[in-house]
Design a protein around this ligand. Structure first.
Ligand code: BGC
Length: 261
């Protein structure tokens, strides 16, 4: 079963077909620069352009870097403020004429990593995926089940009085020109807080910086197992497509149940 996954980011909006049973990526990825300002109508037009590019019809999974509840975007830390309260699912469905499932970008990456990547087979205990990029995204799984929209990047760090993503995102590393050991020390503080709150069995480190895992991981001192995400840039697309597919299957099952009654 091939489903279109779309990953909305601050600089690019990327689409690719995904075989949702195997997690394999099909064909080429297509990327369009994120329009500026990235308002809902402007972004929806790009999503539609991607759907046309792939000449696709069927369920579409879309990631968004914000809280997404029941298809509505509820925050806008690193995106245009007009997304707060936007009916994202409805907007994308109207633009494309296809059924759309919208979810948080880190949740999508987590779903993909837990199924096909670093968390594969991890069905017992607590796993936390953290994506370090412009912001910090998070996804927490208990016995393989996602608790969505955790937004751990906005946890205030008690000793610093600022949100975690303003202290140790990859963006902060680059802006402040932090050396790997310095940055890793900051990440350690943050992981210590996450450990105190959730006692995870494993941290999966994703996002753009995960490509440089070898540079910073040796400087991390936390006792909990820390592993590198495996699906890299494509995790969001894969997780979005999988979530859209699962959503569709669940809707079909329940409508069959209703018609059987
Ligand atoms: C947003 C999250 C998002 C993360 C990574 C944060 O600023 O609040 O929703 O998952 O960035 O993109």
């Amino acid at each position: 079963m091939q489903i279109l996954g779309i990953d909305i980011g601050g600089s690019g909006i990327k689409g690719r077909l995904v075989d949702v049973q195997s997690g394999d990526l099909i064909g080429e990825r297509h990327r369009i620069a994120t329009p500026q300002p990235a308002t809902p109508p402007a972004v929806a037009a790009v999503v539609d352009e991607l759907v046309r590019h792939f000449n696709y019809s069927g369920p579409i999974g879309v990631t968004f870097p914000a809280i997404v509840r029941h298809g509505v975007t509820l925050s806008a830390a690193n995106v245009d403020p007009s997304w707060i309260g936007a009916q994202a699912q409805q907007i994308f469905e109207q633009a494309t004429g296809q059924p759309v499932h919208v979810l948080n970008d880190a949740d999508a990456a987590g779903v993909a990593e837990m199924t096909f990547g670093a968390g594969r087979g991890f069905t017992q205990g607590i796993a936390i995926l953290l994506t370090f990029g412009t912001g910090i995204g998070s996804a927490i799984f208990h016995d393989g089940k996602l608790l969505p929209n955790t937004e751990f990047g906005h946890v205030p760090l008690p000793m610093k009085g600022i949100h975690a993503e303003h202290y140790c995102s990859d963006r902060v590393r680059r802006l402040q020109d932090l050396k790997w050991p310095e940055w890793a020390k900051r990440v350690d503080h943050y992981l210590a807080l996450m450990e105190l709150l959730f006692s995870p069995d494993v941290f999966i480190i994703g996002g753009g910086v995960s490509k440089k895992f070898d540079k910073f991981a040796p400087h991390l001192r936390r006792p909990v197992r820390i592993v590198q995400a495996q699906l890299m840039n494509e995790a969001g697309i894969v997780g979005a497509a999988m979530s859209a597919w699962k959503q569709r299957e669940a809707a079909t099952d329940s409508s069959q149940l209703v018609s059987a009654v």
